[in-house]
Design a protein around this ligand. Structure first.
Ligand code: ADP
Ligand code: MG
Length: 482
């Protein structure tokens, strides 16, 4: 066994986020996902000789919005560079990107951790660049195909500082970044479709020492994989160093099936790419006026909404963080509150985070496709609050609602689940139970007080769980005291 106590993981993430925009970064071709191959390729995207790129203003605006969402410096002057490399799906022979002068400079993101603490992760930069096309190798054994639909699509590359120290922090960082992008509508954050792709840079060191040599794990494309890749690399790298070896700076691939990383190539240096300013594009200059206009249009960000939820509704920071992690959660919550201001916000949060999320997870559903709509959950909560049903019965009713899409009211009526609150009725049932259990009543009175729970259970059984537990307890106590 290695002693890993003194070691720590150092992680920096590079995220490629596809910009939500009708057309590409330097051409008018469409960016629709899933169209027939090579149907969305302009002459610019195919790199025909003599074609000239023209910057798409919408994409620039999206980058500025994102910069504002990341509390980052907006650089009023930035420069597009050519990053030269050969790849069959890159017809230009270079990618137009930004290198020394990106559009967005330093910023930060605040993440919430399981232990209740929060941490600031620095953003180094955000730059604009074009995506490449796609090579397809698995259609025929001896041929490869190229689909250029993606060629030229606008990406934001968002680079973090090496501030991340664990798999959990890396995952929370990506989740938080994704939620910010979705709130402001600059990237749909869909990792399965590849609109958000993550490269994980990771090194290990003894605490307090200089940064170690990193490996870069390419295209780790789910939150789960990010956690696995970090854990795997930590183990691999510490093992190598502990047995006297040295980490090579290399690019590695994550194998989702095996949960392992493996070497792909040694890392290129910046000079391998022979970066130079693209002579076809003048430097990008942004005026204060425009930035201010964009600022005014910016929607409320998750951190601001979170503070509001805590202040207005007195829910915990943990609950608020979960709710704001997805815009759809907040909308669900707000809808229930706004429909009836008397509803208890804490109960609503508990129902969403507890019972609803658990069933959604089990059924692999997203909240926007929930079979129980916000107004239906609101209706159920009202029926608990006005004592029509008990909290316990409500759990079963909720499951039934989820399964059948029926309203709480209808299920309760049909199944006779209405809570019995009439003291007379409950007293009758208690009398019956005590009469049928005379021997146990004697035992109870001679000191076996544990039997109280048994009597409660019997009453509940008689009433199929619908007797109001408070009233049952009260009357039972009185009766057993004589
Ligand atoms: P490149 O463009 O060559 O990948 P960058 O300098 O842009 O290199 O760094 C890429 C990422 O690697 C950044 O997110 C940065 O925080 C991270 N990083 C840099 N050094 C280390 C290190 N020693 N360990 C872990 N991550 C690192
Ligand atoms: Mg890199």
């Amino acid at each position: 066994m290695q002693n890993l106590k003194d070691w720590e993981t150092v992680i920096g993430l590079e995220i490629h986020a596809q910009i939500i925009s009708k057309s590409k970064l330097f051409s008018g071709a469409s960016t629709n996902f899933g169209s027939e191959p090579n149907t969305q390729v302009s002459l610019v995207d195919a790199a025909m000789p003599g074609m000239l790129p023209v910057i798409n203003k919408d994409c620039v605006e999206q980058a500025i919005k994102t910069g504002l969402g990341l509390n980052a410096q907006i650089n009023k002057r930035s420069v597009f560079d050519r990053k030269n490399y050969f790849y069959p799906d890159l017809p230009q022979g270079y990618q137009i990107s930004q290198f020394t002068q990106p559009i967005i400079g330093e910023g930060s993101i605040e993440i919430d951790l399981k232990d209740g603490s929060s941490k600031k992760i620095g953003i180094t930069r955000l730059h604009l660049e074009q995506d490449a096309g796609k090579s397809i190798h698995d259609l025929e054994p001896n041929k490869s195909y190229i689909d250029l639909n993606r060629s030229g699509v606008a990406l934001m590359e968002i680079v973090s500082e090496p501030d991340i120290r664990s798999a959990e922090e890396a995952q929370e960082y990506v989740k938080k970044l994704r939620s910010i992008l979705r709130y402001i509508g600059t990237c749909d954050g869909n990792m399965e479709e590849g609109s958000l792709r993550c490269d994980v840079n990771i090194s290990v060191r003894k605490k307090g020492e200089e940064l170690g040599t990193r490996s870069e794990i390419k295209n780790v494309n789910s939150i789960k994989s990010i956690g696995q890749a970090v854990d795997y690399e930590f183990k691999r790298q510490t093992e190598i160093i502990n047995s006297g070896g040295k980490i090579d700076q290399e690019t590695r691939l994550f194998d989702e099936k095996k949960g392992e990383t493996r070497a792909m190539r040694t890392k290129e240096e910046a000079h391998d790419y022979r970066y130079f300013p693209d002579p076809d594009l003048p430097p990008l200059e942004i005026k204060d006026d425009w930035i201010n206009q964009i600022k005014k249009k910016l929607p409320e960000l998750p951190d601001v909404k979170k503070e509001k939820l805590i202040k207005e509704h007195k829910i915990s920071s943990y609950e608020a963080a979960i709710l704001v992690s997805d815009k759809n959660n907040v909308e669900f919550f707000d809808k229930i509150i706004n429909e009836n201001k008397k509803r208890n916000p804490k109960n609503i949060a508990n129902w969403i985070i507890g019972d609803l999320f658990s069933l959604l997870n089990k059924n692999n559903l997203e909240i926007k496709n929930s079979p129980v709509k916000a107004e239906d959950l609101g209706g159920l909560i009202d029926l608990i609050e006005d004592s029509t049903i008990s909290g316990k019965i409500a759990k079963n009713v909720f499951e039934e609602m989820f399964k059948t899409k029926k309203k709480a009211k209808d299920i309760i009526e049909k199944k006779g689940l209405k809570q019995i609150t009439s003291t007379d009725e409950i007293e009758n049932i208690i009398d019956k139970v005590l009469n049928n259990n005379k021997d146990k009543v004697e035992e109870y009175k001679s000191g076996k007080e544990k039997l109280f729970g048994y009597f409660v259970g019997q009453v509940m059984q008689e009433t199929k769980g619908t007797a109001n537990p408070g009233i049952v307890n009260e009357i039972l106590k009185k009766k057993l005291a004589n």
